[in-house]
Design a protein. Structure first.
Ligand code: SF4
Length: 220
């Protein structure tokens, strides 16, 4: 078993290697914001749409990255969505993720999470923002290491801002607001994003923007 751990360190095909030979597009897919389980039918569809030459990679972004021939992208998206997969939008938007709510056993904050998603997901921002909602104080999907982290407890959310998510200076976000009632959270997150859109420099990362402006009046 141990031998398998390093048996194939270099993949046969990657987005980079395939793109040297042809025109490929990368799609990020997952089974939804909360659900982390794929079905056999979804995996079979993934295998079909990438074809014999394509590549599948698992990533740190809660999604599988599929390398598909660009000529087939539209048909691939239709086939993936038809089996219940979500194709994640790329670019400078609010990209939302969440914990798995204990595989559906602890769904207290699920409706609130959906309302937050409907309120702010895919909003255009200066640079891609990761918004991570976790359903209890265990916070096991590390929301405090995303740009905006929301941790549910007793009909309210604690809101963390300004994490440096990666690199040698990585650090968790600061507690920005404690025990914000569930009903207010979508508007508070919208206000945070409005500040970011209004006062950030061009392409300024959210954590840099927050660090630079956190003492300004508009945060109050
Ligand atoms: S953060 Fe809480 S609700 Fe979410 S998966 Fe972890 S233990 Fe379950």
């Amino acid at each position: 078993m141990k031998q398998q751990a390093f048996a194939k360190n270099k993949p046969d095909a990657t987005f980079a290697t395939l793109s040297k030979e042809g025109d490929y597009t990368r799609l990020a897919v997952n089974p939804g914001i909360i659900n982390k389980h794929y079905t056999p039918q979804q995996f079979a569809t993934i295998a079909t749409v990438i074809g014999e030459q394509g590549a599948i990679k698992y990533s740190a972004s809660y999604a599988l990255l599929l390398t598909v021939p660009t000529a087939c992208v539209e048909a691939a998206i239709q086939a993936l969505e038809a089996v219940g997969l979500m194709v994640v939008k790329s670019g400078p938007i609010v990209a939302m993720r969440a914990c798995d709510f204990c595989d559906g056993e602890k769904m207290e904050a699920a409706l609130a999470t959906q309302l937050i998603y409907e309120s702010v997901a895919d909003t255009q921002v200066p640079r891609r923002v990761a918004l991570n909602v976790n359903g209890c104080a265990s916070a096991c999907y590390n929301p405090t290491y995303d740009d905006i982290g929301l941790v549910y407890q007793h009909n309210s959310f604690d809101i963390y801002l300004g994490a440096v998510p990666m690199g040698k200076d990585a650090q968790p976000g600061e507690l920005f607001a404690k025990k914000v009632p569930v009903a207010l959270v979508p508007s508070v997150v919208q206000a945070i994003l409005t500040n970011y859109n209004k006062y950030a420099r061009a392409s300024e990362a959210f954590h840099r923007f927050y660090k630079r402006t956190k003492h300004e009046d508009f945060w109050r």
